[in-house]
Design a protein around this ligand. Structure first.
Ligand SMILES: [Zn+2]
Length: 107
């Protein structure tokens, strides 16, 4: 039996890895914050959602994934990547804090 995959409205189907078996991750388009001219730190952000696991109510929720890449200036050393996965509420809280800090830093 073939089950139709239901994608969230924000899912970018060409990036989505959810299969007919129900495994994989819904993935949004990636938003890119251009590298900071002061330090070349590169940041991307996207929504992700793994399938729910029966009995685990905190699974299957939409999360915000932030990937921060810190460039290496040594060609022998790879860039460092740090991934942060936040709930919508935590991402909203972080956004509020960043807005306040950004305003203060620019004033
Ligand atoms: Zn999807």
């Amino acid at each position: 039996m073939i089950t139709r995959i239901e994608h969230p409205s924000w899912c970018h189907v060409s990036s989505c890895t959810v299969s007919q078996s129900g495994t994989g991750t819904h993935v949004s388009r990636t938003a890119v914050l251009d590298p900071d001219p002061l330090n070349a730190v590169h940041t991307t952000l996207r929504l992700i959602q793994n399938p729910p696991i029966p009995g685990y109510p905190t699974t299957g929720v939409t999360m915000v994934e932030i990937l921060v890449t810190i460039p290496s200036y040594d060609p022998e050393i790879s860039d460092e990547e740090f991934s942060f996965i936040l709930s919508g509420a935590r991402a909203h809280g972080l956004g509020t804090l960043l807005l306040a800090a950004g305003r203060e830093a620019m004033s």
